[in-house]
Design a protein around this ligand. Structure first.
Ligand SMILES: [Zn+2]
Length: 243
């Protein structure tokens, strides 16, 4: 009765199945389950990695524990070998072993493979480790949606958050005195009497802040304004929405 709802063994065992379904149902999803061997030579859960694809899988409408699942499959698909394969796949701790069994199920009955995917997704959500992952997945999906919406409205050259920072830095830069040293170097004098040198070509500044964050800092912005350079061009390309 390992697969009984809520038992840790069943939960981690079905995790592999769940991860497989997740990658099948969400194009672009990458998962990796890491296990380690304990003193008895058994695999134990170590950690699990999930990078979600953008699509969301359809909500399945059935639910069953593995025993019921085997019974349903036997009645529905009329092939005894399926029940054995399902049992083996569900208990596989190694991804490669699981894939072998699942591919075998697909060969024997593609319809059964599809049926299992729908059911396991629904069923797996109710197990402790999987429901935790589901909760995280749901939260991330909400964030993706929000960010996608924000990005769609945004027409500027920089990502919205970076744009905000640059705007603040720009306001600060307006009180600096800017002295041109040569085409690349500009000396920035602040109202408190401090002095920095910005290298507009190499995107560096003697204060080091600009160098580290690669977000146009007030010193660099002051230099850019002085030499008529577009401020977004000073940012690292990762901050842009222009590619
Ligand atoms: Zn600086």
């Amino acid at each position: 009765m390992d697969m009984a709802k809520g038992s840790p063994m069943g939960s981690y065992g079905i995790l592999l199945t769940y991860l497989h379904m997740l990658t099948r149902a969400n194009i672009g999803t990458i998962t990796d389950l890491q296990t380690e061997e304990d003193g008895y030579g058994d695999s134990r859960f170590k950690y699990c990695f999930v990078a979600l694809g953008a699509s969301v899988y359809p909500i399945a409408s059935h639910g069953a524990c593995i025993v019921h699942l085997q019974r349903n499959v036997a009645a529905k698909f009329k092939k005894r070998i399926l029940a054995t394969l399902i049992s083996k796949a569900a208990r596989a701790f190694r991804k490669s072993t699981f894939n072998e069994y699942f591919e075998e199920i697909e060969r024997v009955s593609p319809g059964c493979a599809e049926y299992l995917m729908a059911i396991v997704l629904k069923e797996a959500r109710e197990l402790p480790i999987v429901s935790t992952l589901e909760y995280i997945r749901g939260t991330l999906m909400t964030w993706f949606e929000k960010r996608r919406g924000k990005a769609a409205q945004h027409k500027m050259d920089l990502a919205p958050k970076v744009e905000e920072i640059v705007q603040r830095n720009y306001e600060r830069s307006t009180c600096y005195e800017v002295i041109k040293i040569n085409n690349e170097h500009y000396e920035i004098k602040t109202t408190t009497g401090l002095s920095y040198v910005v290298d507009i070509q190499n995107k560096t500044c003697t204060c080091a802040e600009f160098n580290m964050l690669k977000i146009p800092y007030s010193h660099a912005i002051a230099a850019a304004v002085r030499c008529d350079l577009k401020v977004p061009l000073l940012a690292a390309p990762q901050y842009g929405t222009f590619f």
